[in-house]
Design a protein around this ligand. Sequence first.
Ligand SMILES: Nc1ncnc2c1ncn2[C@@H]1O[C@H](COP(=O)(O)OP(=O)(O)O)[C@@H](O)[C@H]1O
Ligand SMILES: [Mg+2]
Length: 236
Amino acid sequence: MTTSLVEVRGARKVYEHEGRSLEVLKGIDLTIEAGEMVSIVGLSGAGKSTLLHLIGTLDLPSEGTVKLDGRDVTAMSSSALAALRNRTIGFVFQFHHLLPEFTALENVMMPGMIHGGIARAQLKETATRLLREVGLEHRATHRPGELSGGEQQRVALARALVLEPKLLLADEPTGNLDSANSTAVHTLFHELNRKHGTTMVLVTHNHELARSIPRVITMRDGRIERDERQDAGAPA
Ligand SMILES: Nc1ncnc2c1ncn2[C@@H]1O[C@H](COP(=O)(O)OP(=O)(O)O)[C@@H](O)[C@H]1O
Ligand SMILES: [Mg+2]
């Protein structure tokens, strides 16, 4: 029997707010295989970020299970969960959250420094290669304030990949970029998915860009409304 990378079963998420419960996810079943590239689309408030957080083990479901690589994360201790997350998952958010006082290269190296156990020379080599892959080798010694929004997001993408995660989760990674930069960043996601085989789940409300992704999951009001595979190529 093969194990899927992500298995969400019967996941519900309920928030208590001012004495009332708000059901934000109303029973999600979702399987994602290693190497897939998936987008999650839907109106604001549909539950996209909440679902991404469950997949990323940043939050746990109120009911149901989430399995990563066959391991039920809802049954793990928070320290085991943090270790699994660090080893398995890279995150890219709408706002890049780069550290302003460090260079681009140091920002990319940062998860490895925090993680520990990786020789600095090796880490630097990996980070340099990733900066090259996102087209920013020549900006390695620049600080975030000296980079454009698109360049900063490309640094954040390189940083998310430095520990070679199996799964990359991105929440509206181009939400803050103009259309030329959005297209460039999306093209990079495709290239990195092909090159590294990294499984990618991207929340986006950019329909143009979602159309380039082979599998599109549409959420509506806390449920998966559609789960479609399309014949998509990377944007030209
Ligand atoms: N911590 C929270 N407490 C209460 N309600 C929340 C919380 N987080 C999200 N929500 C609500 O859950 C719903 C879905 O949010 P979210 O997953 O962020 O949607 P999306 O990313 O699709 O815009 C929204 O109505 C939001 O207000
Ligand atoms: Mg969101």
